[in-house]
Every structure is written in C-alpha cells, then in structure tokens.
Design a protein around this ligand. Structure first.
Ligand code: ASP
Length: 364
C-alpha cells in the first residue's frame, strides 16, 4: 500500500524536483512547516541527502540501474502518513545525490546543521536519509563529530521508491520511530535498515544487492524492530575509545586516500597519491595488514620525505590490524573506509603521534 503511494507520487516527484537535480551545496533547500502539530509527540527532524531511498525507476520491477537522489524530502515524508502517529516531523533537504557524491564539505555541513538541531530543546531526535553505498562513512563521521545524548539515526533503502516492495517507507518509519524513542538516547549514531538497529561505529555494508546488507559481524546489532517498535538487546553504551572531534571551524578535510593490497600491487600508486595531495594513506592490506616489500619502501619514503601519515587496515571483512610496516599506525578494528574518515578528522585536529597511536590501536 505504501509503496503504491510512493509509486503514485513518483509522477509528482519528477514534476517537483525534476530528473537532473543539482542543488547548491551547504544550504537547506526545502523546509516545510505546515504539517499538523501534535504537542504530545516528540519532534524529529529529517535531513535528506539522496540515495536509493529517494530514487526513482521507470518501472516497479526495476531494482537496479535506476536514478538515486531524485525525490525531495517532503515527498518522502508525505508518502508515509504513519510518521505523524509517532512524531512531528520536519524535513531539511541538505543535498540530493547518490551517496558516492557525498564530499567532506557536505559532511561538514550536515554535522553542523544536525548539531544545531540537537542543541535546540524543541528537537528530540534526528534522522538522516542517505544512499547505502557510503552510508557507513557518513554515519561514522556523524558518530565522531556530534555531541548529544539525543538519538541520531541514519537510514537508507536498497530498493528505489518506485519498486514493488520498496523498503524505503518502512525503513523511514522505523528510523523516525527510533529517533523519537527515549530508550534510543545515549547510544551514539545508529543505522536502521531491514528491521535492524546497528551501531554506526562498527557497521558496514556487506552485500551489494540484498536488503539485509548492513552488518557488524563481530559486534552484532544493538536491537531490532517488532511491529515497528524498537527493542534493544542492551542498555545504552558506546564503543570503547570512541573519540569526539570538534569540526565547528573546518571548511574542508585533509585528503586521505585508500590503497588496496593484492598480489602484484603497483608500489608507485602510493607516491602518486602523495604527489596529488594526500596527507594520509590507509592501506587495505592483505590478511592482518600485510603489504609488499617494494610497496613498503615507497611508503616509508613518503613518511620520511613528505610526512605522510599511514594507517594499516585490512581488505578482509573483519579483524584487528596492528602496525605492519615501520612508521605506520595499526588501524585496530576499523575497516579502510572508516579508518580514512578517522584519519581525516585526526589530521584536521592536528593529533600528535602519541594521540594517533592511541586513537587507532584499540587497547581493548
Ligand atoms: N547508489 C545508491 C547510493 O548509495 C545506492 C543506495 O542508496 O542503496 O546512493
């Protein structure tokens, strides 16, 4: 029923926002204040960024090859009238892009807008709609740069809004229900998809196509939804050693590139990255962070001559990575894409070598 409504709204959507959406970065585009207000319900603000949850295809049986980031936030909200049973929702369109298009500037803009909202006594929780491809990066960034006990929930969808059995409407309803729930406070940023509640710190996209893609294989889920109501396995807790970074004055973040380890790797890619402006490198190493001897020579050279900061991570799905080559920091439990965000933030905060070490090398 809801996805049919989404489908019907698609015609309106392409009329309202058009098919080639390009919004100026850094400014809310649409904030509609005319929805009925129920003073007994919590207030939740939805920050929309695009992705498949706002995606549109030409037919209901198309679940790939569609256009993400087409529908505006008001259309997403109006397509799920049940949202009004759990909260007063307000939509802010931050951008409307596939999540591969999220840049450091957009991240800085979102976190500032969200912090402002969380600081307001009239806001009880925040939801961010986002493409799933890089959702874990934005969620991790928000987890490290927001300071509030209030729930922050990042949500996406694996099927476009026009698809048969689209998952966006129920995911959005569950995300808003969670953001409005007092039991969700003090748990850091959370990811909601497919009836699961996951920690933004540990969770990663594990499958390119399926609905149950978000997982933290070792750490597990925080909870689940039963009849669209959140149920938690644990009392509120935060990951050990989770830092906070104040990015209030940042206008951009330092360039950090990821290199992928494999047999016969090209050692010169490291120097090419440094020459193009990388201040940091994250190595998605083999096994527990292994790199080739030739590759390590180039990397050590970059460390010595350019002061490049290197973090050793892994191409394997899970596991702990100690420092591998001389001069690099062990990435601990972080996958390469999360280690990259952490390194950008640490470089921006001008961390010392000792601070870098204790930041990355999780001491358990
Ligand atoms: N291409 C989409 C995106 O990340 C995929 C998704 O949202 O699932 O924007």
């Amino acid at each position: 029923m809801m996805s049919l409504k989404f489908l019907a709204l698609n015609a309106v959507a392409s009329f309202v926002v058009g098919s080639s959406v390009s919004f100026p970065r850094g400014f809310p585009i649409s904030v509609r204040e005319d929805r009925p207000f129920n003073a007994s319900l919590p207030n939740v603000t939805i920050f929309a960024t695009g992705g498949t949850i706002a995606g549109s295809a030409s037919s209901s049986d198309q679940t790939s090859g569609y256009k993400p980031g087409v529908l505006g936030v008001d259309i997403l909200i109006d397509a799920v009238p049940q949202l009004r049973n759990v909260s007063n929702v307000r939509g802010v369109q931050v951008t409307n892009v596939p999540s591969s298009g999220i840049t450091p500037e957009i991240l800085l803009n979102i976190t500032r807008q969200i912090q402002q909202e969380l600081d307001s006594p009239s806001c009880q929780g925040v939801v961010v709609t986002h493409g799933t491809d890089t959702l874990e990066e934005t969620a991790f960034f928000l987890d490290l740069t927001l300071r509030s006990e209030k729930p922050v929930v990042i949500v996406g969808a694996m099927r476009p809004a026009t698809a048969i059995s689209a998952d966006g409407p129920i995911n959005l309803l569950e995300a808003v229900t969670l953001a409005a729930h007092s039991g969700a406070r003090g748990r850091g940023a959370m990811i909601v998809l497919n009836d699961r509640i996951a920690s933004a710190f540990f969770t990663t996209k594990s499958n390119a196509n399926s609905l149950d893609t978000f997982r933290a294989a070792e750490q597990g889920f925080l909870g689940f939804f039963y009849n669209i109501k959140p149920k938690f396995y644990f009392t509120p807790a935060l990951p050990r050693g989770k830092p906070y970074f104040d990015v209030g004055n940042a206008t951009n973040l330092p360039q950090v590139d990821i290199l992928f380890g494999h047999q016969g790797l090209n050692p010169t890619l490291a120097s090419a990255a440094v020459a193009s402006g990388a201040r940091g490198l994250v190595l998605a190493g083999m096994g527990a962070g292994a790199w080739t001897l030739e590759g390590l020579n180039v990397i050590n050279d970059a460390i010595e001559k350019s002061g490049t900061i290197v973090v050793d991570s892994r191409r394997s799905m899970d596991g702990y990575v100690p420092p591998y080559g001389a001069g690099g920091y062990g990435g601990g439990l972080l996958n390469p894409q999360k280690a990259r965000i952490m390194l950008q933030l640490a470089l921006n905060a001008r961390y010392t070598s000792d601070q870098m070490q204790s930041l990355f090398e999780f001491d358990g």
